[in-house]
Design a protein around this ligand. Sequence first.
Ligand code: SF4
Ligand code: SF4
Length: 168
Amino acid sequence: MTIGVKTVHRPDHEVSYLRATVKGMALTFSHLFRPKVTMQYPEQTSAPDWTISNRWRGTHRMLTDEQGRSKCVACGLCPQICPANCIKLVPGEDEEGNRYPLIYEIDEFRCVFCGYCQEVCPEEAIHVGVHYENAEYDRDRFVYDLERLCAQTHPVSTLWDPSDPKGE
Ligand code: SF4
Ligand code: SF4
C-alpha cells in the first residue's frame, strides 16, 4: 500500500476566519435538533435504545433454597478460583455431614467482577448480578456477608457464552 502525503500550505496573506467560525457555530446549533443521547441519571436508568445487558457482572447475589437457606455447600471452589482473593469462607458441617458456610463474605471493593465464582460454583449458588448501584460511604460496607448476599433480589448475570459471543 502506498502512502500519500498531502501538504497543507499556510496562507501567505491575511485571511478571515469568519467562515470557519460560522461553520463551527452551525454545527453546534444543529445539535439542538438531534435526539438526546444523555440520560438523566439517577432519575432515568434506561432508554428505549439502551438497557443494561443481562451479561452485566455486578453486585453479587447468593441464591437460596425453598427454606430460604443459602444454596452454598461450602465446597471452597470460589475462594480458590477468585483472582482478587476477596471471598472469605469458613465451612461448617451439620450432624448429618452436610456442609454449609459458617462465614461467607465477599469484599465487593476488591472484587474485579470476573464472574469466575459464578462459573465454578457447582450448586449455582453464588452469582454476579445485573446491578451496579452499590456505592457506599464506608469501606466496611463493601464487605457483603451471607445474610446480605442472600437478601439481594436483582437479576443474576447470564455471563458470557463463548458459543454466542454477541449474546443473541
Ligand atoms: S467475580 Fe471474580 S473477583 Fe469477584 S468474587 Fe467472583 S471470582 Fe472473585
Ligand atoms: S463455589 Fe458455590 S458452593 Fe462452593 S463455596 Fe462457593 S458459593 Fe459455595
